[in-house]
Design a protein around this ligand. Structure first.
Ligand code: NAD
Length: 307
């Protein structure tokens, strides 16, 4: 299959391309504007690189034809940035995704797989969250991904596009050095001997999914040709204080040795979220098999190599 991967130079993209290459798949084009991911991140991997923006329709019309499937990862990904500048977030995540879908439709590309999000779409709700819950986003980022899901559904209904939204939970793993997400931020600060910053009292719960399990799930969804919305998470909730203890263990530190600075809880963030993954398991055999301790150990090993 001939893949076009938007945002392919980013954290999930590079891990996905490594996984596809290992499975013998080399027909991959990456489209990325290098705001966060850089083409150097693809060194040693087999993929052709196009520098460009998903909002540039002329470029899309040149690059898209000839591909069988689009895996759409490019986005303005940070919840807090979206609260500061909702217009920019809308432009990239809603307008950009719409341009991409329109260009895909006109290029006759039938498969469209898009990265969506779990907690940020559903909002504050009793976990475990699942695909049948009514979404009530608390941030512009969550709203932009929900709008994207609306267009995925509409393009399936109106034009027969085989579209799927994969709602990722909190992804962590190697190649995440530039990420603001919690595991990456903690490991970066630990490397610099700086205190970990926790917003709130650390009892908030998240669903941490190892990136290796995520990229397998993405490819399983493509291969199975499924449509609709699927959550990809670990299926387990872990609170932040527990996560810190586990990180201390993989760093061979004693409990409480990592300094933690507690600050005010941030508006727009969700207190507790973790998800059910039964739908993805039943539909395409998704199996988040890497334990949190094993995933953290692999991630820490990678961060240490970057020192
Ligand atoms: N990492 C997570 O925990 C997580 C959780 C839920 C959803 N997601 C979604 O998964 C996708 C991938 O996330 P990631 O963690 O790899 O993020 P990332 O920031 O590492 O990668 C995103 C990539 O998109 C590129 N990009 C941004 N704007 C662009 C534009 N206008 N045109 C072209 N390229 C552009 C960036 O340069 C970057 O390389 C995103 O859609 C994100 O919203 C990620």
């Amino acid at each position: 299959m001939n893949f076009l991967i938007t945002g392919g130079a980013g954290f999930v993209g590079v891990n996905l391309i490594e996984h596809l290459n290992n499975a013998g798949e080399n027909r991959i084009t990456v489209l990325d504007n290098e705001t966060l991911g850089k083409r150097e991140h693809l060194e040693g991997l087999s993929a052709s690189f196009v520098h460009g923006d998903i909002r540039d329709r002329d470029l899309l019309d040149k690059v898209l034809p000839g591909h069988d499937a689009i895996i759409h990862l490019a986005a303005d990904t940070r919840v807090m940035d979206s609260i500061v500048d909702p217009s920019f977030n809308f432009d990239v995540n809603v307008n950009g995704t719409f341009q991409l879908m329109e260009a895909a439709r006109q290029a006759g590309i039938e498969r469209f797989v898009a990265a969506s999000t779990g907690g940020a779409i559903i909002g504050e709700a009793e976990p475990p969250v699942h695909e049948d819950m009514v979404p009530r986003p608390l941030s512009p980022y969550g709203a932009s991904k929900l709008t994207m899901e609306g267009y995925l559904s509409a393009f399936a209904g109106a034009y027969g596009m085989k579209s799927v939204a994969l709602r990722f939970s909190n992804i962590y793993g190697p190649r995440s050095f530039h990420k603001g997400s919690v595991v990456a931020a903690f490991m970066r600060r630990a490397l610099k001997n700086k205190p970990l910053i926790v917003y709130g009292d650390g009892t908030q719960t998240r669903d941490y999914l190892y990136v290796g399990d995520l990229v397998k799930g993405i490819v399983q969804a493509v291969d199975a040709g499924v449509s609709g919305v699927y959550q990809l998470g670990s299926g387990q909730g872990t609170n932040l204080n527990d996560l810190i203890r586990r990180i201390e263990a993989v760093m061979n530190l004693t409990l409480g040795e990592l300094p933690v600075q507690y600050e005010d809880f941030r508006e727009g963030e969700i207190l507790h979220t973790w998800c059910m993954v039964d739908k993805a398991r039943d539909a395409f055999g998704f199996n988040p098999g890497t334990s949190l301790d094993e995933g953290l150990a692999r991630t820490w090993a990678w961060f240490q190599e970057q020192k």
